[in-house]
Design a protein around this ligand. Structure first.
Ligand code: CA
Length: 226
């Protein structure tokens, strides 16, 4: 579940955004000022910041600059009012990733957040050689080893494993796996995902019945925890 920090001083607006995001499966922490937001950033891990420009005390621009100065590299989406003279170039120079102009629809907000998270999670690259427990994966050569012995995974199994590892530690839904691996043109039963995951577990897990690395989230999908 993605954790979002919302820095917004207008209470009604903040409540509305929080409810909408939570309804769409995001976790949201609300800070009513940049100063409070800064404290949260230092004590909790977030995937994205929604940052209002006009704030009492330190404003959104200053806050964005501070976030970057402190070395946080998570995406920052600025919330601006139509009436505000916003210098988008300045905003982008100080490290904001995107802007949303109020009033915005929930659909637009969710779409922009998802797009941003997708882009940044692609940046988070998995190294070519990745190890966990007794397993070593060479993504370039598409080879898998258990205790240094080669283990054969089918192309589909390998792709599912890579998807889970790239998105770790997030839960990936069966539908997402279906779309990413089989594409939109072909809709197999989602149980096909379960079958492949079962096979991967048999090949990689010490005890496939109580898996250590690929966990099931019942009714949702799977999660890599290596
Ligand atoms: Ca404001």
């Amino acid at each position: 579940m993605h954790n979002i920090l919302l820095i917004e001083d207008e209470h009604g607006m903040a409540e509305g955004i929080k409810d909408a995001l939570e309804l769409h499966g995001f976790k949201v922490k609300h800070a009513s000022s940049a100063e409070i937001g800064e404290k949260f950033l230092e004590t909790e891990n977030f995937d994205l910041v929604l940052l209002d420009v006009m704030l009492p005390g330190r404003d959104g621009y200053e806050m964005c600059r501070l976030i970057r100065a402190k070395g946080f590299n998570l995406p920052v989406v600025m919330l601006t009012a139509r009436s505000e003279e916003v210098d988008k170039v300045v905003g982008l120079e100080i490290g904001a990733d995107d802007y949303i102009t109020k009033p915005f629809s929930v659909r637009e907000l969710i779409a922009r957040i998802r797009a941003m998270l997708r882009r940044t999670s692609n940046i988070k690259e998995t190294p070519n050689v990745f190890s966990f427990g007794h397993v070593k994966i060479d993504f370039c050569a598409r080879k898998v080893f258990c205790n240094n012995e080669p283990v054969y995974l089918t192309g589909t199994e390998f792709d599912i494993l890579k998807l889970l590892i790239d998105d770790r530690p997030n839960v990936i839904s069966r539908d997402k796996i279906l779309n990413e691996i089989w594409g939109y043109t072909f809709f197999p039963d989602s149980r096909i995902v379960d079958t492949h995951v079962l096979n991967i577990r048999k090949k990689l897990e010490c005890d496939p019945k109580s898996p250590e690395y690929i966990k099931t989230h019942h009714g949702i999908g799977y999660r890599f925890t290596g």
